[in-house]
Design a protein around this ligand. Structure first.
Ligand code: ADP
Ligand code: MG
Length: 542
């Protein structure tokens, strides 16, 4: 194809551009953070692609260049990264691949002003921040491994054009035509300050062209490799915000170096709040694996999926820089790192669990994810059970299995629980009347995952887990109120009558001592799926 082609943005992009440009005005310097982050991502991508395709090899002096031209009112950000083909320009800059604008718009409205800049990164719409400071943007890109280059141009108002271009080497130039009121972003010192503030830890060199010289703008020190004493809490928090796109402070920061049989540095965070759209994100851990500072992949499953809320970096000496995907899958080095990192995180959670109040914050955010470990990880099942917290009929806040066991009646040998959609409904359920009346504690499990793990865990400290909505209730052990002969006789005629009336709808009708004020209750047969699970299966059409 030759000549210029004009295309409309997808409707979503149009609305989004409007939102970004207008709602983030007071923080518009972050456009530079977003463009530099994209340049660094593209350079990482090319490095990784080059492992399997020599034609895409990265130049030794790969860097990110920032070039302000005051007279021409241009600001150019250039990289030696992967570049984009024509199709990739259309897909990446003309449509929104990830989340919808509606969700973004709503979050933006609800967010405090200081939270807004990070939302941009979270929703994968960073590129459009360029239009906060530019009334026109040119993107000239040449895909690594190809000799074709393309120019993408837009004023951010509904359409963009594409035309063939030339570029000497692979990579991308983002050329901003700076707005009248945005002079500050043509000043090299101002740009330098922005890089220091937002992008200091970018692992590739970032330079600013000043008086004809390329001057280093970032320190590029991999924070995680520094010794603990040389890193301030503020630096850690800033890095956390950059990494997670969160705007709070981490609930926990783990920073350590393993030496001896294994050598690696790790810097991990447990977020202070649940990231937006956490539920829809992938079920795999996204811990970043680096080899001697170089980013390799975030798909190495460093942590099990039920610890996927932990974010951060693991940087090792024990793998070659040119490690391939196949090798990553096979190497025992990674298996050892996984084991060490997992046990460090578990140890830390155990320590932090001693402070019930702060642990409850963590639990509200990530408890449902952690509990998946009781379902799908036999090796850690018991450990996760020990770290789990539950609502219960005996206490106001959260309780643990250990606390439950310490409160058990002498004649009690099971841990009782009930599953359902929410703790309040459960607390009022007729299923537990008989237990409450006898002072026997019942755990109230209301997360979706609670329908699955109890069967797998099956017991804790030798005490069987028993679903009170399933099978016999055991209540006679705890001194059932004596039945009068009249009541017994009533039951003898009532039960067959009820059974006849309900017919196929039930498998049996039995007298029970689990009720106090309610007249009847539905139970699942012993050994069958529990009621909550049956409901879930019905909903998903099984
Ligand atoms: P995100 O970076 O979160 O995906 P952005 O809006 O910042 O969202 O960028 C959109 C996409 O455009 C990127 O995912 C990437 O595919 C592409 N892109 C942006 N800048 C560059 C660049 N300098 N080099 C190569 N691809 C880029
Ligand atoms: Mg981006």
């Amino acid at each position: 194809a030759t000549g210029t082609e004009t295309r409309e943005f997808s409707a979503e992009v149009g609305r989004l551009l409007d939102l970004v440009v207008h709602s983030l005005y007071s923080e518009r310097e972050i456009f530079l953070r977003e463009l530099v982050a994209n340049a660094a991502d593209a350079t990482d991508r090319r490095r990784f692609e080059a492992l399997t395709d020599g034609a895409r090899a990265l130049p030794d002096d790969a860097k990110i260049r920032i070039n302000p031209e005051k007279d021409a009112r241009l600001l150019t950000i250039s990289d030696d990264g992967s570049g984009m083909t024509r199709d990739e320009l259309v897909a990446n800059l003309g449509t929104i691949a990830r989340s919808g604008t509606r969700a973004f718009g709503k979050q933006l409205q609800d967010a405090k002003p200081e939270e807004r800049p990070n939302l941009i990164g979270q929703f994968g719409v960073g590129f459009y921040a360029a239009f906060m400071v530019a009334d026109k943007v040119d993107v000239i890109s040449r895909r690594a491994g190809s000799d074709e280059a393309w120019r993408w141009t837009s004023d951010g108002k509904g359409s963009y054009t594409l035309e063939p271009a030339t570029r000497e080497k692979a990579g991308t130039d983002i050329i901003l035509h700076i707005k009248e009121d945005a002079d500050e972003f043509l000043d090299s010192w101002r740009l330098q300050a922005i890089i220091r503030k937002w992008s200091d830890h970018i692992a590739w060199p970032v330079t600013i062209l000043r008086d004809g010289n390329e001057e280093a703008a970032n320190e590029g020190t991999a924070l995680w490799r520094k010794s603990k004493n040389d890193v301030t809490e503020e630096q850690l928090n800033e890095f956390y915000r950059h990494l997670t796109h969160n705007f709070d402070t981490p609930w926990d920061t783990l920073h350590w170096r393993a030496e001896g049989t294994m050598e690696f540095s790790a810097l991990l965070f447990v977020p202070g709040s649940r990231p937006f759209e956490f539920a829809e994100q992938t079920r795999e851990s996204r811990i970043r694996l680096h080899v001697r500072r170089m980013f390799i992949t975030d798909e190495a499953d460093i942590l099990p999926s039920w610890l996927r809320f932990v974010q951060g970096v693991v940087d090792t000496e024990d793998l070659p820089l040119n490690v391939s995907r196949e090798m990553l899958q096979a190497t025992p080095v990674l298996a050892r790192i996984r084991k060490a990192v997992t046990s460090k995180v578990m140890g830390e959670l155990k320590t932090r669990a001693k402070n019930a109040e702060s642990y409850a914050t963590f639990w509200e955010n990530f408890g449902p994810v952690l509990k998946e470990g009781m379902w799908d990880d036999a090796a850690h099942r018991t450990e996760v059970a020990g770290l789990s917290r539950f609502r219960s009929t005996a206490v106001d806040g959260l309780t643990s299995f250990d606390d439950y066991v310490s409160r058990m009646k002498p004649e009690q040998d099971a841990i009782y629980y009930l599953t359902g959609d929410n703790a309040e409904t459960l607390a009022a359920s007729p299923q537990i009347e008989g237990f409450k009346a006898r002072g026997i504690e019942v755990l109230l499990l209301s997360d979706a995952v609670d329908s699955f793990w109890p069967d797998r865990l099956s017991s804790y400290e030798g005490k069987t887990l028993r679903n009170v909505a399933q099978g016999q209730s055991d209540l006679e052990k705890f001194g059932a109120p004596a039945e009068t002969d009249a009541e017994k006789a009533d039951m003898d005629t009532l039960l067959p009558a009820l059974k006849a009336a309900l017919g196929e709808a039930v498998s049996d009708v039995k007298a029970t001592d689990r009720l106090v004020s309610s007249a009847m209750v539905l139970t699942a047969p012993e050994g069958g799926p529990d009621l909550q699970l049956q409901k879930l299966m019905q909903r998903s059409g099984q």
